[in-house]
Design a protein around this ligand. Sequence first.
Ligand code: RM4
Ligand code: MN
Ligand code: MN
Length: 400
Amino acid sequence: MGDRQDQGSAREQLVWAALDSFRIELPSWGFANTGTRFGKFVQAAAATTIAERFADAGEVHRLTGASPTIALHVLWDLPNGTADAAQIRALEQQHGVRAGSINPNIFQSQEYKFGSIANPSSEIRKVALGHLLESVEISRALGSRDISLWVADGSNYPGTQSIRKRICWMEEVLSAVHAAMDDSQRLLIEYKPFEPAYYHTDIADWGMALHLARVAGPRAKVLVDTGHHYPGTNIEQIVAWLLHVDALGGFHFNDRKYADDDLTLGSIDPYQVFRIFHEILTTAESAQTEIAYMIDQSHNLKGKMEAMVQSVVTAQELFAKAALVDRERLGRLQNECRLVEAEECFREAFWSDVRPMVRAWREAHGLPAHPLSALAESGYVERIGRERGGRNMQAVSTYA
Ligand code: RM4
Ligand code: MN
Ligand code: MN
């Protein structure tokens, strides 16, 4: 009995230590009205202003205690660039969440039809570089570490663009961005093999992102968005390699069944998130702190607040499960090729019900034991639905 209790408390300690260190960033755009390429689905409670996005993120952080930062998209959240930094500062104070990664937007303006940093026109590449340099300034003004860049560039038909020349153009621009950063800043380069380009995407996979990061400079790293892979890709293997070469900057977490579906983290394949966390936990602690966990989701049908709380809670649970893997024993079993025992050692952690321990951790930290029920009971979603509903319902959008 004594033994069992000791084991129980040892497991609890592992889970608590994991939860103490675990933080995941919320995307400002995850609170906004979104849809598919066929149309937007408007929700009464969606956030349309930056103040509303901060308020919602603050509420998620109050409920979970694990999401103290909010990722900002420059054009959507700081349309006036650095001039908006003071307003962001005030919102940080007001809502108890800080500005997190700064996401430049070089995919929306008309001039980027044929590309941004890989556009054949040097004039347009200059425009894109200007926006990236402004993003560096914004991040500096807000004291945020990461500039998180997704490049939508690509082409739709074979032979219409020079893939090789476009590599050189991207190298030039990203090196210039790196040169403008100071030692406290990082450039995270995201990759994605498809959408919006249909034939070739300029930064399609982690190898291309890694190459560009290396050319840009030592503070450029790779960002893994879990939805940005072909079905069946072994993402934890990519994570292991990026850890090995010290180039893993962070994650955009979301789940998917088919493509870049941006579903709630762990909703389709929680085992995959567990396997990713396991790879990370095999790494030295000092390296782990350099990995930015971020959510990148778009909740078209579910309530945005509810989906975001679910995401944070699921991330915490899966991280706690991964912390339970007996890595010393697993290492021995792997070396001795005791395959079934190794697999069972791994699975045992995944199938452990960590929820009672996570609840205890929440209560000990003055947080609600059940964040999702606490959200429902608080009446927050109804209140913002009443306050924002009128404005949101006017914002109907159609495809054609
Ligand atoms: C992309 C990518 C980026 C996000 C945009 C809106 O698919 O995931 O991270 O900023 O969507
Ligand atoms: Mn992303
Ligand atoms: Mn995406």
